[in-house]
Design a binder for this molecule. Structure first.
Ligand code: NAD
Ligand code: UGA
Length: 438
């Protein structure tokens, strides 16, 4: 497994749990040292125990020696980052191609090179060319096995997936069968659970991943716009979402209004799909709109807090609960808190923030003036306004009276709808949330 980040570490560990010998190669020295010392460099519930058990069982190892890991491997997975390229929004595949060149140089015997990273359509075929150029003698196939796990629920998602996609070269039937057989073996425990395993061509597998993420991002953006509409017409978005979701064709998941979707995947993958569409001469206009609406929404949320404060936050103390792009992760990539706090900081507010897991990852990406607090009540201390940006469970159970006792002002902007408006208002607060009438 090349790359020991959120995806490589979780999938590598889960493959080991399935009974396979896994060597994870990680080049980031801090991450590697942590892993070798038995520490998990990312926040992912349950991962520490699973890593420990599989290391002890001798099925899971960590290192930076790609040759040692790849030698004798039946399959080599590439799980390195594919961030957005500055300017055109296309996925930056340079880490993938660099890893593939390294693999090609040291592979021996028949090897399947599998992309687990989310990669643009055509990458699999490009990888095959790179390998052929680097090692004309190597017996290999290329496969695409996109990953659908969510951070915070990653182990469950990997162990009990809705489906597994295995894409192989549809123009090379002999290779396809050999590669499929190896991947089928790796996923054998899932066959027993009757998990649908879908075999496709390379381009199809690559496009499935972008289509799935973009569809979910579009669904969130839809409910966010309906939420805004609810506020204008006096309707309740929770009831709208629940009721439309009861129609099995729509489904109830991913209909929670928010300050905008963030994270390391939806923003970059929606941008990448629009680039893929444009380059192919088949623009995906719904997703182009989704990208634009979501970017605007994060800024609108900053404006909303400023308007709620009376139009000027300068000199005000603002308590912020939650910084990460969603709960149960320490990941700050493209979190809504970044543009929102930036606007509040530029407006002259003093920001007191708390996040249960993201305090370390937040520091480099948030304004320097932010004060990091020890807990939620500490963040509320002396605050004129309290803003909820991530719906961590521990915030849901905070008693409004306790918040009132810490705060100077009586204003709460709940941008994740974690509280019951009546309970908060009964405690004497002025309260705004998303898409719910006063
Ligand atoms: P990440 O940045 O957390 O991890 C990537 C790791 O690869 C880093 O630790 C980096 O040091 C390492 N790396 C880079 N080049 C290397 C090399 N040549 N050799 C060894 N290690 C190398 O990224 P991530 O969140 O795990 O995402 C990886 C890919 O998986 C992306 O394409 C992403 O879109 C996709 N994905 C992510 C998630 C998620 O929830 N994070 C879910 C599904 C798919
Ligand atoms: C997402 C997908 O859910 C995974 O299936 C996929 O594998 C992954 O991207 C990926 O490709 O990396 P993840 O980014 O971990 O997983 O988190 P999600 O739970 O999907 O949330 C993404 C963003 O959407 C968060 O900011 C979250 O707050 C927001 N969201 C989610 C909403 O605003 N409303 C919702 O109803 C659901």
């Amino acid at each position: 497994m090349i790359g020991g980040g959120y995806v490589g570490l979780v999938s590598g560990t889960c493959f080991a749990e399935f009974g396979t010998d896994v060597a994870i190669v990680e080049t980031n020295p801090d991450r590697l040292t942590a892993l070798r010392e038995g520490r998990i460099p990312i926040y992912e519930p349950g991962l520490d125990r699973l890593v420990e058990e599989n290391v002890e069982a001798g099925r899971l190892t960590f290192g930076d020696d790609i040759a040692a890991a790849v030698k004798g491997a039946d399959a080599v997975f590439v799980a390195v980052g594919t961030p957005s390229r500055r300017g055109d929004g296309q996925a930056d595949t340079s880490y993938v191609y660099a890893a593939v060149e390294q693999i090609a140089r040291v592979a021996d015997g028949y090897t399947v090179i599998v992309t687990k990273s989310t990669v643009p359509v055509g990458t699999g075929r490009e990888i095959a060319q790179i390998i052929r150029k680097t090692r004309p003698d190597l017996d290999f196939d290329v496969a695409s096995n996109p990953e659908f796990l969510r951070e915070g629920n990653a182990i469950q998602d990997f162990m009990r997936p809705d489906r597994v996609i295995i894409g192989t070269d549809q123009y090379k039937p002999e290779g396809t069968e050999r590669a499929q057989n190896i991947l089928r073996k790796l996923y054998r425990p899932l066959y027993l659970l009757e998990t649908p395993i879908v075999f496709t061509g390379l381009e199809t597998a690559e496009l499935i991943k972008y289509s799935a993420n973009s569809f979910l991002a579009m669904k969130i953006t839809f409910i966010n716009e309906i939420s805004d509409l609810c506020e204008k017409v006096g309707a309740n978005v929770n009831d709208v979402a629940r009721s439309i979701g009861l129609d099995g064709r729509i489904g109830k998941k991913f209909l929670h209004p928010s300050p905008g979707f963030g994270g390391s995947c939806f923003p970059k993958d929606t941008r990448a799909l629009t680039a893929i569409g444009r380059n192919a001469g088949s623009p995906v206009r719904l997703i182009e709109t989704t990208v634009a609406v979501n970017e605007q929404r994060m800024k609108d949320m900053g404006e909303r807090v400023i308007t709620f404060a009376g139009g000027d936050v300068s000199g005000l103390t603002i308590g912020v609960l939650g910084l990460t792009f969603k709960p149960e992760t320490d990941d700050m990539r493209e979190a809504a808190s970044i543009p929102v706090l930036d606007m509040l900081d530029k407006g002259g507010a003093k920001i007191r923030a708390f996040d249960p897991a993201g305090m370390t990852t937040a520091r480099p990406v948030l304004p320097q003036s932010v004060t990091y607090c020890t807990d939620a009540l500490d963040a509320a201390k002396g605050a004129d306004i309290l803003v909820v940006l991530t719906e961590w469970n521990e915030f849901r159970s905070l008693a409004p009276e306790k918040l009132a006792a810490e705060m100077k002002g009586r204003k709460i902007a709940d941008l994740r709808n974690i509280w019951d408006p009546k309970a908060i208002k009964d405690a004497g607060f002025e309260y705004i949330s998303l898409g719910r009438p006063d």
